[in-house]
Write a protein that binds this ligand. Structure first.
Ligand code: SF4
Length: 488
């Protein structure tokens, strides 16, 4: 895993995306492949698909890399079946090595494949309990703990095993699990990470149901969004259609407010809204909160695009492309190293002097975690001749780690931790800086304080014990002690 110091990405790292479908006699592997392709933004380190013919064996293919790098036509043809689940991953707990790619396959008391988005905050305790029962592990991911609890559970039906295990899990978990004859999807009782239910309707064929982290995965496979899987709900897809059970219904909901700002694709719908629309609204509010005399609005592509559009509209200012982005810089890209960095290698963004020279710029982005790339970008704008730079960020300052599946786990990584906005502006070399207020975020998404998780901004964790747990590092430390072997 690259360190913050040499990582060209400045935003929080995405988490994972999951998909599941029950569609007898259809090409479930290809449907899952396309759904994962739509969810690629949620995880670029590994991808995997598990399929099974009804009553037959589960077959899993997973590997490190992007979805089109992992699968070819031949592989998809070999994954014949009637039901399937899929996963794209950015590691949040566990290392990024192959053994942590998902779906996880386990053959204990029952055979299952499982794909998980989120992070358990009681992983260490559950892991110790399972090790006490001599349950073996082959990965360092907390997802395998959920898989082990379900695969070793004595209940005859998988949905009963889920109903029993769900209340024992603490943290964020939007999960899909498959046996030889059912796909079961479940979500933590506070609904931290997204999970939605969709249907494919075709003439002459009964409805086909699927679940996905985001609705953009439904669009690509021709499914219609039905509803969100409710917090604490277990949804079973099988020969009988869709069945639902609410296992836990907590008053305090904690859907991640950062999904609206940054993680999810702008064409996905969450909380009844198209995210492109909510993000433009954030831009409008950002302008209302901090107007400034300026000539042109410049987004940091693509993360700032929607908010910049809203801000420019509200300000009555023109919007232009101040940066051209190289879209092919991925996580596996060779880093330029210190010497080339000093020479000012413009790896990802290149400014357009014709747009920015002599202008008073309002530069818009959606978030800043470390600030390294932002600082570099602001310097490039100055070198390209910008007269003034007024930076506007469509989220509040990130000051606290996330314990629910987003990789921004240490205070040292955060430029806003322990600094005032004025100090951050000086650090970044801008003339003025304004972050959208938390009230502004809630106004844009149509919620109110206490209705979502906003802990990385507010420090108020919706789940007790989150700060002590810090699942990522605790689990990483605990597993080697518990005798887990890591593959080379
Ligand atoms: S801490 Fe932040 S990123 Fe993590 S779930 Fe809460 S709002 Fe989302």
């Amino acid at each position: 895993m690259s360190s913050p110091a040499n990582d060209h990405r400045d935003g929080p790292r995405d988490e994972c995306g999951v998909f599941g479908i029950y569609a007898p006699d259809q090409d479930v592997a290809r449907l899952t492949y396309f759904a994962l392709f739509a969810l690629q933004h949620r995880g670029q380190e590994s991808a995997g698909i598990a399929t099974a013919p009804r009553g037959g064996d589960i077959l899993t293919i997973r590997d490190q890399g992007l979805v089109p790098q992992v699968f070819n036509d031949h592989m998809l043809s070999s994954l014949a079946g009637d039901l399937a689940i899929g996963h794209v991953r950015y590691s949040t707990t566990g290392s990024s090595a192959w053994e942590n790619a998902q779906p996880i396959y386990r053959a204990d008391r029952r055979t299952i494949a499982l794909a998980h988005n989120g992070n358990l905050i009681n992983a260490v305790e559950l892991h110790a309990e399972l090790r006490g029962r001599d349950v073996p592990f082959s990965s360092t991911s907390d997802s395998e703990i959920i898989a082990a609890l379900l695969a070793t559970h004595p209940a005859e039906r998988i949905e009963d095993a889920v109903a029993d295990v769900l209340p024992r899990l603490r943290g964020a978990f939007s999960t899909v699990v498959m046996t030889e004859d059912s796909v079961v999807a479940f979500r933590d009782p506070q609904g931290v990470r997204p999970l939605s239910l969709g249907v494919i309707e075709q003439d002459g064929v009964g409805p086909v149901y699927c679940v996905a982290s985001e609705t953009c995965a439904f669009d690509i496979v021709g499914a219609r969004f039905l509803r969100d899987v409710a917090p604490g709900e277990v949804v079973t897809l099988n020969d009988e259609g869709v069945q639902s059970r609410i296992i836990e219904d907590r008053a305090r909901r904690a859907f991640c407010v950062f999904e609206y700002i940054y993680f999810a694709r702008p064409d996905s719908r969450m909380g009844g809204q198209r995210l492109q629309v909510s993000r433009a609204r954030m831009g409008e509010i950002l302008w209302r909160e901090a107007p400034v005399e300026a000539d042109v609005v410049i987004p940091i592509p693509d993360s700032g695009n929607a908010a910049a559009r809203g801000l420019a509209r509200a300000a009555g200012l023109p919007q232009d492309d101040g940066f051209i982005k190289n879209r092919y810089v991925g996580r596996t890209f060779i880093q330029p190293g210190q010497q080339l960095r000093r020479l000012g290698v413009r790896l990802k963004f290149n400014p357009l002097p014709e747009v920015v020279a002599g202008k008073r710029l309002v530069v818009v982005d959606d978030s800043i975690v470390r600030g390294n790339t932002t600082r570099q970008n602001m310097r490039m704008l100055r070198e390209a001749g910008a007269a003034e730079i007024h930076l506007r960020i469509s989220s509040p300052p990130i000051k606290h780690p996330c314990h629910y599946g987003i990789d921004m786990s240490t205070y040292e990584e955060m430029i806003a931790h322990g600094r005032t906005v004025e100090e951050i502006a000086a650090e970044l070399g801008v003339d003025s800086l304004h972050y959208l207020s938390l009230e502004g975020v809630y106004e844009a998404v149509g919620g109110e304080r206490g209705s979502h998780c906003d802990a990385c901004f507010s420090g108020q964790y919706p789940l007790e014990g989150s700060e002590e747990a810090n699942g990522k590092f605790a689990l990483e430390r605990a597993l080697p002690l518990a005798g887990v072997q890591r593959l080379p």
